[in-house]
Ligand binder design. Structure first.
Ligand SMILES: Nc1ncnc2c1ncn2[C@@H]1O[C@H](COP(=O)(O)OP(=O)(O)OP(=O)(O)O)[C@@H](O)[C@H]1O
Length: 355
């Protein structure tokens, strides 16, 4: 059973905050704590005082160890934010100038894939949609901007670090017909990354302007969950043609999804539609269909908001195995019924002229 939020908080209360002398919950450095009810995955932001990155790297390790020691905790993801003396990950080259939304050279359209909360399958949807568009003959790029847990290298089955032969531009990776670059590949895997606002902006802008995307019909951007700096930066720096919001039918996921939708509206990014993921569960041995999370919630919400429901994707073992194994279901079973949902979304985007 997944660990409860209370158990997670109790564990975090055993970790001291070096700046205040209180525990890290009491001192308020733990922000945006999220405990996944199903997987027990825990994620939060450590908002740390200036110049204290080293001391808080120790705190981060202690918090991780305390969480791992309790039953039912899944993956732990802690992101530190705050001003530090450390330089952002930088491959050199010309510093991007601050500027308003612009077209990325060579990229005809940008479509953001967003979700209100983590773990709803946003990356799975982005990977499958990218592969479906590629199979339909589109030139597709996928920018993995999820700083909390970059997953596209795993989903698309690419490994290794992107090269930068001239120290100015970055060569992306490529598989299944999709050109891919992940913000997570700009740092060393074991390095504690202190992402702060300006640094995120720089990194995202580098992703947009210094990666050799080549000529693309569409660049899909796999955003981090929620509404934050990356979402803001993307729509401030680049002309985003539209956003797709992925949600599970659970109420809480929907509530979060609504916040995401509001954010895109405020930023004048057109909402292309919603996708209900983990819509129904089809038992792999008996074929019985179950509505684990209460199927249909996203359809109702989309109707209320006046946005199209682009697809209902079932909770399905093969979809998980495909994504987690480096060959999304659209690639491993291209003619199957599961791939069809993604192909339908891809066709709809092409028909709307955004891909
Ligand atoms: N329709 C589905 N059926 C079965 N498993 C799924 C489905 N969609 C996603 N998953 C699995 O759920 C897990 C989380 O999915 P994914 O990483 O795509 O979510 P996410 O919303 O991008 O999460 P995060 O925000 O944490 O990156 C993965 O192991 C993935 O394989």
């Amino acid at each position: 059973m997944a660990a409860s939020r209370d158990a997670v908080i109790a564990a975090l209360k055993t970790v001291a905050d070096p700046a205040s002398g209180n525990d890290i919950m009491e001192s308020g450095v733990v922000r945006a704590l999220n405990v996944d009810e199903t997987t027990g995955a825990v994620r939060f932001v450590l908002e740390i005082p200036p110049k204290a990155a080293d001391a808080y790297t120790v705190v981060k390790d202690k918090a991780e160890a305390a969480l791992k020691a309790i039953d039912g905790v899944g993956a732990v993801s802690i992101v530190m934010t705050g001003h530090t003396e450390k330089a952002p990950p930088d491959l050199g080259g010309a510093k991007p100038k601050p500027q308003g939304p612009e077209k990325v050279p060579g990229v005809a359209h940008i479509v953001a894939i967003a979700s209100g909360k983590g773990g709803v399958g946003k990356s799975t949807v982005a990977a499958n949609l990218a592969c479906a568009l590629a199979q339909q003959g589109r030139r597709v790029g996928l920018l993995d901007a999820d700083v909390y847990g970059p997953s596209q290298p795993r989903m698309l089955g690419v490994s290794g670090r992107p090269a930068s032969p001239d120290g100015k531009t970055i060569l992306p990776l490529r598989n299944h017909g999709v050109t891919m670059m992940s913000i997570g590949l700009m740092t060393n895997e074991d390095q504690a990354v202190v992402w702060r606002g300006p640094m995120l902006m720089g990194a995202l802008q580098q992703m947009l302007t210094q990666v050799q995307w080549g000529a693309l019909d569409v660049l899909l951007v796999d955003l981090p969950p929620g509404t934050g700096d990356v979402q803001m930066t993307l729509s401030q720096k680049a002309q985003v043609d539209g956003a797709i919001v992925v949600s599970t039918p659970q109420d809480v996921a929907l509530l979060d999804a609504r916040k995401g939708i509001d954010m895109f509206r405020q930023m004048n990014v057109p909402l292309l539609g919603m996708i209900e993921n983990m819509s129904t569960h089809i038992c792999s041995s008996c074929g019985h269909e179950e509505h684990v999370f209460g199927h249909g919630g996203v359809a109702a919400e989309a109707a209320k908001l006046g946005v199209p429901l682009l697809a209902e994707v079932p909770l399905d073992l093969q979809i998980r195995l495909g994504g987690d194994g480096g060959a999304p279901i659209v690639v491993s079973e291209p003619d199957g019924t599961r791939a069809k949902a993604f192909h339908d979304v891809a066709s709809a985007l092409v028909a709307q002229g955004v891909a």
